[in-house]
Design a protein around this ligand. Structure first.
Ligand code: AMP
Ligand code: MG
Length: 330
């Protein structure tokens, strides 16, 4: 029997520096360190410093937990798009250095597509629609006519950034998503809020302005606000996901992104799917948030389909669109 490839994945599109080791389809380790702040958001140069600081430790830890040594590595994959330029650059330099030192192929991977591929691997969904709900990204993606295509997306900010801004206005810490979920459980009254679905797209900017004035008025409890926000924005996401199912004729949904850790969003997706005879899948949290296992796995798929992994093809692309990517393995 052919020996399974040992693949190292490296994720650095935004706040997370992650390294994962796979042996074939099996995830042996999935380590990460996440840039956080006490106050305020991500300053790109600070995130880059964080990644430089973290890289060798996380790499060492991932190999140790996987029980492999550098000599066992057959292939390296890294996230080259899309994301924050500063962060991507650190990952690219680190990944190229290892590839050069070990003289192994290096495969560039699109981060958004990787969220979908890890969902397929871990849930056995075959041809799903991905609802990708993270800090900066909100997209509904599916495979159609040879490519992954974006069927719907946010017209302004990502759902996670929206929740974090709303949370900041409420005086919750960062990231606010988990706190909002907790408070929402004790909400009793559904407050009517702007609900913005335009065709297949969503938008959160107007809702955020509306909420800020509601918070200022002091008329509403935090619990009711959180509950009402979740009911509205998750319904928007699930509505456009359902429309993508109807349009493509697909029968599976896979969730991805940090916001997909939310149990109410998972429940709403499940209910929508049950009602239309489809299935909603959700990998465990460590594979929903940004992670390097998804990069390793997608790199493996590309390599298996003939990607040579040449260094000259490993430039970063902070703005790459999902449907710009050539898919040879499906
Ligand atoms: P990501 O960009 O994929 O790492 O996801 C980060 C985003 O997920 C942040 O905006 C968090 O506030 C959000 N998030 C994490 N956990 C939850 C949760 N349980 N409910 C809602 N949002 C969450
Ligand atoms: Mg992500």
């Amino acid at each position: 029997m052919e020996k399974e490839l040992v693949v190292v994945g490296i994720e650095t599109t935004a706040h997370t520096f992650g390294v994962s080791v796979l042996r074939g389809r099996q995830v042996l380790s999935n380590e990460k360190k996440v840039f956080t702040t006490e106050e305020g958001g991500m300053i790109p140069s600070k995130v880059a410093d964080h990644h430089v600081e973290a890289c060798d430790k996380i790499f060492g830890l991932a190999l140790e937990k996987a029980g492999v040594s550098v000599g066992d590595i057959s292939l390296i994959a890294f996230s080259n798009s899309p994301g924050i330029g500063h962060s991507l650059r650190i990952g690219a330099v680190f990944a190229r250095s290892i590839a050069l030192l070990l003289d192994k192929p290096l495969i560039p991977v699109n981060h958004c597509i990787a969220h979908l591929e890890i969902g397929r691997l871990l849930t056995n969904a075959e041809d799903p629609v991905l609802l990708y709900a993270s800090g900066a990204n909100t997209q509904v993606i599916a495979f159609e006519s040879g490519k992954y295509r974006v069927f719907g997306e946010t017209l302004d900010i990502g759902i996670g950034n929206f929740l974090d801004s709303f949370g900041r206005a409420l005086g919750l810490g960062f990231p606010a998503g988990p706190r909002i979920e907790e408070l929402a459980r004790n909400g009793k009254n559904l407050i009517s809020l702007p609900y913005t679905v335009k065709g297949m797209d969503v938008s959160f900017g107007g809702l955020l302005t509306n909420l800020k004035s509601k918070i200022k008025s002091g008329e509403y409890s935090k619990e009711d606000l959180c509950y009402s926000v979740q009911e509205h924005v998750f319904a928007m996401l699930v509505e456009v996901t359902e429309r993508a199912l109807a349009h493509t004729g697909k029968k599976e949904v896979v969730l991805g992104g940090g916001v997909a850790c939310n149990k109410r969003l998972q429940e709403m997706s499940r209910i929508m799917c049950e009602e239309r005879d489809a299935k909603s899948f959700c990998p465990e949290n460590q594979f929903l948030v940004d992670n390097a296992a998804m990069i390793a796995w997608t790199g493996y798929l590309k390599y298996s389909a003939g990607d040579k992994g040449l260094l000259k093809d490993t430039g970063i692309d902070p703005y790459e669109r999902t449907d710009d990517v050539e898919i040879l393995y499906r």
